[in-house]
Design a binder for this molecule. Structure first.
Ligand SMILES: [Zn+2]
Length: 461
């Protein structure tokens, strides 16, 4: 019998150890980890390289600045080049999901190079009442924006398929919506993703900073203080305990938020924690210009050190990129930090940042990296056992990395819609050199070699 493919000679990263084995792939699955090389159609020589379970990026925005049929193609190219084998879309729509969800899913069904899953944002009580419908359509989890708490909240929604017009909407995610979502998700057994910033505190802070003529990334950070994150975490945790819901706090990047999460966990709250590469590698002291503007803001270098500590200790579960597929001209807008849009691309640089700044600097092990970038997200969002590991029987989603390769970040090489990177010109050590999705090579040596439409919607198990 001839198998489809064997990855020969790499160190394979498992949950508790790393082994020198050959990965035998057949029918899109890992058939076995073997010492020999069975007869195969394709042999991938990976001597000196490391095989990680394919990266699951649980936090990706696409379909906002270009329609999703196109965005899925461009951003999944960036994903493939970055070692990402499953991207989780943060779907954002106004109105009724019954009217829009089906066409959104159909519009991108033939566009992805890598597998994908969907979280649905919930902005009002009608959408909260449609959560069960969404779950039936394959949506695995729901997102709450506590930073859009009242009055002032404006947000860009995803474009309707076929349109290329920015779709801005006013939304008000008040306490009744927050309660409905947490209660309903608990009933459905699904986690709720929480953007935890207190709207009132941020609104007041930004007004005062602008009136005071302040500018720059530190002013941006001070105007949306870490305490506003802690306040929102405390509020949603109380509801989570009351209804028995698991919450997943997205983009945690401050010592204050981490401290609040520790306190809420001690009270028995089921909290999962995501951080993003930018909180580990950027700070408002070091970054110039406004490209690194994001919500919540990048904090001080001290905060960054605390987040690294939380990564190593296990307090942080996952790495999401909060990737936003926008362009520099649109991003910067005017001449101050207040005119710039929040968010930037990051799906293609996540693994290189973590390898370079984390593994190669001795801050985290390869096993810990695999948990942060794949296994934990698969478990939290019920994508396992197919996703999140290289155990026999799993989907053969693999990121083959060269931990010693040095390369400069260049936005042109990253493959997405964006024409900039906050890491532009930075030399990173450790890059993905091959990405396999269900046994098919979708990217190798910094070229996309797969085809759009290979990626499938992953429904929670
Ligand atoms: Zn986000």
């Amino acid at each position: 019998m001839t198998v489809d493919c064997v990855i020969v000679g790499s160190r394979v990263v498992l949950p508790r150890c790393t082994v020198r084995k050959n990965i035998v792939i057949d029918g899109g699955k890992v058939a076995e980890l073997a010492s020999g090389v069975p007869a195969c159609d394709r042999r991938i020589d990976a001597e000196g390289l490391v095989s990680l379970p394919g990266v699951i990026d649980p936090h990706v925005h696409y379909g906002v600045y270009t329609p999703v049929d196109r965005a899925a193609e461009t951003e999944s190219r960036a994903a493939a080049l970055g070692g990402v084998t499953t991207m989780m879309r943060m779907l954002r729509l106004g109105g009724s999901y019954r009217e829009s969800l089906g066409e959104q899913l159909r519009a991108s069904a033939a566009s992805h190079h890598v597998d994908y899953a969907v979280h649905a944002s919930v902005f009002d009580r009608r959408q909260a009442a449609e959560m069960e419908y969404c779950a039936g359509m394959g949506v695995g989890s729901f997102k709450l924006y506590m930073n859009l708490g009242s009055g002032e909240g404006r947000v860009y929604m995803d474009m309707p398929p076929g349109s290329s017009r920015l779709t801005e909407a006013a939304v008000e995610v008040g306490p009744d919506v927050v309660r409905d979502v947490v209660r309903t998700a608990a009933g459905l057994g699904r986690p709720v993703l929480v953007h935890a910033e207190d709207q009132g505190a941020c609104h007041r802070g930004m007004l005062a900073a602008r009136e005071g003529g302040l500018d720059g990334l530190k002013a941006w950070s001070d105007s949306r203080p870490p305490e506003s994150e802690a306040k929102a975490i405390s509020e949603v945790s109380e509801l989570a305990r009351r209804y028995g819901c698991a919450i997943y706090v997205v983009h945690v990047g401050s010592a204050a938020a981490l401290a609040q999460i520790r306190a809420e966990r001690a009270r028995g709250t089921r909290i999962h924690v995501e951080t993003c590469p930018h909180y580990l590698s950027l700070s408002h002291e070091k970054q110039e210009g406004y490209l690194a503007k994001v919500m919540p803001p990048v904090r001080s270098a001290d905060d960054g050190a605390r987040v690294w500590g939380a990564l190593a200790s296990g307090e942080v579960d996952t790495i999401g990129t909060d990737h936003v597929a926008n362009r520099r001209g649109m991003k910067l807008g005017g001449s101050t930090v207040w005119d710039a849009l929040a968010g930037f691309p990051g799906i293609g640089t996540s693994l290189p940042i973590l390898l370079s700044e984390g593994v190669n600097r001795g801050r985290i092990s390869l096993e810990r990296l695999a948990s942060l970038t794949s296994a934990a997200a698969a478990r939290i969002f019920s994508l396992s056992p197919a996703k999140g590991s290289l155990d026999p029987g799993s989907d053969a989603d693999v990121a083959v990395v060269d931990t010693r390769m040095e390369r400069k970040v260049s936005s042109e090489a990253l493959g997405g819609y964006s024409d900039y990177s906050v890491y532009e010109g930075r030399t990173l050590r450790g890059w993905p050199v091959k990405t396999l999705v269900r046994g098919s090579v979708v990217a190798e040596d910094f070229e996309v070699v797969g085809r759009p439409g290979h990626g499938r919607l992953v429904r929670p198990s």
